[in-house]
Every structure is written in C-alpha cells, then in structure tokens.
Design a protein. Sequence first.
Length: 327
Amino acid sequence: MIKRKLIPKIYIRRTIPQKYLDKIKSTGGEYIVDPWQYGEPEPPISQDISGCNIVLTLGLTDSLAITKQAPYLKWVQSLSVGLDALLTEEIKKNDIVITNTKGCTSVPIAEHTIAMMTGLARGISYMIRNQLNRRWTPTPITDLSGATVAIIGYGEIGKQIAKRAKALDMFVIGCKKRPSIHATDDPADKIVGLDQLESVMAEADFLILALPSTPETYHLINKEKLESMKKTSFLINIGRGNTIVEEELINHLKEKKIAGAALDVFETEPLPPQHPIWQLENLIISPHNAYFSPNTLERYMDLFLENIERFKEGKELLNVVDKQLGY
C-alpha cells in the first residue's frame, strides 16, 4: 500500500517576504497569511482556516487562541525559541506538535553577548553618556582576560558564548539542569548543576542568563541571589525577561551593589518609555534583538522548509519542543 503524502495547508501569522512564500508554494503547500508584526495587536482571522494543518507564528507572543477555527491543526512552527505565550495549559494537553527555532540564533546571540561583556568591561555605557554631555572623564575599566564567566542555562547558545569567551582567555563555568549530559569536547572549563547556582553567582565576574521561561525560572534571580554576586561583577540577560525580579535588580544597580548589567529582554516589551530602568548609567539596554542578524530569517525559513518536507513524508520534525518542560 502506497502511503499518501500530507498536503501542507499553512496558516501564517507573521509578516513573511514574498520570496519565502514562493518557496513554501514550491513544496506543494497552500497558505493563508495574516501579517502580524512584533509589538502590534493580534490580527483577526481574515479567511477560512478550518482546513489548515500547520501554523507558522511567533510563540513568544501568540497564545494560539485560533485552535477552534483550525480543528485539523497538527503542527505549529514557532519563529522564536521562546514559547512564553504559546504554551498554555490547553496546548500542553493536546496532541499538536510544537517546534521552535533552537540553534538558528545561537551565533548572533553569542556575538551579542561578547559585545555586551566587552562594553561593560570597557565602560562603554559611561563613555556614551560622557560623549553626549561633552564630558572628558575617565570611565571604570576591567579586564576580560582571566575573568570568570558563568553561563546559567548552558545549552547551544551557552556553548557558542563559551567558545568565544575562551578565545578571550576567560574561565568558563556552565550551569545547567542536567550537568551530566555534555560533550567531552565542551568548551566550558567546568559544568555544574543549577543546584549550585548561588555559589556560581558568587564566583562569576560576568553572569550570563540564558534560561528559558518556565515555572522554575520565573523570578529565579531575586534579591537574595543578587546579594551573592560580587560588587565588581556584571549581569547579562539574553534569555527571558521574567527570569529576573526587575525592581530588585534596579535597586542593586542604583546602589552599585553590582558593577553593571546588559539586558536584552524585559518583563514588559516593548520597554515603556517611563520605565525607571532607562535612567541607569551602569546599564546597557538592547531591544530584544540579540538574536538578530541579516541571516536570521533565512535560517528560520530554511528550518521551516525542511520541516515541511518532513511533515509531508510523515517523518519526525526538527526542534520538537517538550511541552511540559517548555523547551
């Protein structure tokens, strides 16, 4: 008996350039598009999606409230690694397969992290403020060479950061949920469990947060844990904004209980103009774009197109998310 191939019928809830829509069409797929830019309100469903079996969306912001309108939905490809909005209790319980873009952004995020470490070490945030105010004033400076960098949430992104940090002669500690699972040629000098988080934070000159958003990581970095950091240390968050209790971090930065921070993610995004965090002189803010490079969308779409072919053949998809773990 010849197995029939599945016909991909895709509901796209993002703004996708035409060249990628053409590539989707070349797979034999059909699609419906409701453009949705990050930061804009969720668009209404413009057409009948009852026959769609695939959704392409941003799991960071889409709660997938459209499932009742798509009863044959089998698979959702998220164009983000984070699935903060998407993993509702309803989605966790059903049979819909969720895939994300894990691995597509590891290199850009690692390069961004190195830029932030260098910027903090050389006092770039102070230099920019001095330049804007025409002040010729020395800025606080420290060395990367010989410093300890601790990467909390040590996965693919962490390995790319570690690889680059070692080239700068830094000592690298990876901290992860399952420390026994790692390659023998891992670039980190030491890998420990999350149960050693506070001792790792106390040792770090640069603390990198690369954690997913899960119930276990929500507000994990609070006042008590921040107190364990050295006064000369820096914190960089390229994971999820809700990992940190923002008010307590702001107080630590204001009182110079840590030397500085670089944040790419926040609890509320876009970050409101009146938010007090904008005023901190020992902080570098980036607008949740650590993941981005000119090749980001190309990498996302290559993954999606590969998964479409696998879907058609009934093969296992790439980057399937464990819905209970959240990643």
